[in-house]
Design a protein around this ligand. Structure first.
Ligand code: PEP
Ligand code: MN
Length: 360
């Protein structure tokens, strides 16, 4: 990343406001929905209007975007409201179409950043084109892959570049749709301090109720911008309904954020304490997810014991758990006393759970 050239956000035609706000629907659905959302967002701090035209969907037979037709609607948004426009491109063909219809900024989605072949294909399509590009983190927490995507576009001559932290995919149910890994965003900033960093709380949280706390965290870590999904009628959205909020709510939420002063001693980016706290929060969240998953298995064991008419407490098993755990903890430098305390509490909760299953 050392040799890549990054132009500041002011060269994107943006006002240097904090946060630089990008908002708009997950997907462009109809001309009316797109235009009305843009008109209402014009009354907020929004500077860039986003809308997905080609949608990467996990399963087929869901709405996969309007396609080229919707690029015309984005053009109308720009003419009518003066907002800059942005859409996701996921291959060379999308890139040519977006350029043809005059989209101001393009973004690369998480499922594209992850694929070096596709990144190269898009970089080739952008060779000699002067357009700002935002690159979302890859779906897996791999800093090198994210850097590689920047390097490919940089080699094609793109200098107006920004990163979007949209969280990382994980197995099983978690609080977040895509858990944030602030450490990785921070590492990107450490490697390239002038790389603008934008947070996408919508895809991190997956739920409207989480948007504010995630946005606040991003502001505390001195991110430059936010990308927030907004729909005039979120419940009726054709994609990502749970995480979209109305333009009015976007305005209110962004206004309610506390913007703290930067710590000038730290690259203008973030204080050591914030970095460490965000790491603790991430780990605590992981800890809770693991405990929750463990209890789900405990419930299955409870049902199994009930069906086979055996007692809950099988003392040989518990001795073995303690023996294994204290040995594993010792290797990691954790004291036996601490490990016993934690596991006793977990064991007690497991017994309580199984008791209630037995007596159901
Ligand atoms: C989106 O922004 O609508 C989107 C599909 O995002 P991601 O690539 O982060 O999943
Ligand atoms: Mn979406």
């Amino acid at each position: 990343m050392n040799d890549i050239n990054i132009a500041p956000l002011t060269e994107w035609g943006l006002k240097p406001e904090r946060p630089v706000l990008i908002s708009g629907p997950c997907s462009a659905e109809t001309e009316e929905q797109v235009l009305e959302t843009a008109r209402q967002l014009k009354d907020t701090q929004t500077q860039v209007f986003r809308a997905g035209v080609w949608k990467p969907r996990t399963r087929p037979n869901t709405f996969e975007g309007i396609g080229v037709e919707a690029l015309k609607w984005l053009k109308t948004v720009k003419q009518e409201t003066g907002l800059l426009t942005t859409t996701e491109v996921a291959n060379a063909q999308h890139t040519y179409e977006a350029l043809k219809y005059g989209v101001d900024i393009i973004w690369i989605g998480a499922r594209t950043t992850v694929n070096p072949f596709t990144m190269q294909e898009i970089a080739n399509a952008l060779e000699g084109v002067d357009i700002p590009v935002m690159i979302k983190n890859p779906i897996n927490p791999d800093v090198e892959l994210w850097c590689g995507a920047f390097e490919r576009l940089s080699k094609a001559g793109i200098t107006r570049l920004a990163a979007i932290h949209r969280g990382f995919s994980s197995y099983g149910e978690t609080l977040y749709r895509n858990a944030p890994n602030w450490q990785i965003a921070i590492e990107m900033k450490r490697r390239k301090p002038d790389l603008p960093m934008i947070c996408d709380p919508s895809h991190i949280g997956g739920r409207a109720s989480l948007l504010k706390s995630i946005s606040q965290r991003a502001m505390d870590l001195n991110f430059e911008g936010l990308m927030i999904e907004s729909h005039i009628n979120p419940k009726e959205a054709w994609s990502d309904a749970k995480q979209q909020i109305t333009p009015k709510e976007v305005g209110e939420m962004v206004n309610s954020l506390t913007l703290r002063r930067m710590d000038p001693g730290n690259n203008g980016f973030l204080s050591q304490l914030e970095v460490l706290r965000s790491e603790i929060d991430r780990l605590d969240n992981e800890l809770l997810t693991v405990l929750d998953n463990r209890m789900k298995v405990v419930e299955k064991i409870g049902k199994c014991k009930k069906d086979n008419n055996v007692t809950i407490l099988q003392s040989g098993r518990w001795d073995k758990v303690i023996e294994q755990s204290t040995a594993a903890a010792k290797c990691r430098g954790l004291s036996e006393e601490f490990t016993m305390k934690v596991f006793s509490a977990i064991h007690q909760e497991s017994i309580n759970k199984q008791t209630s299953i037995m007596n159901e």
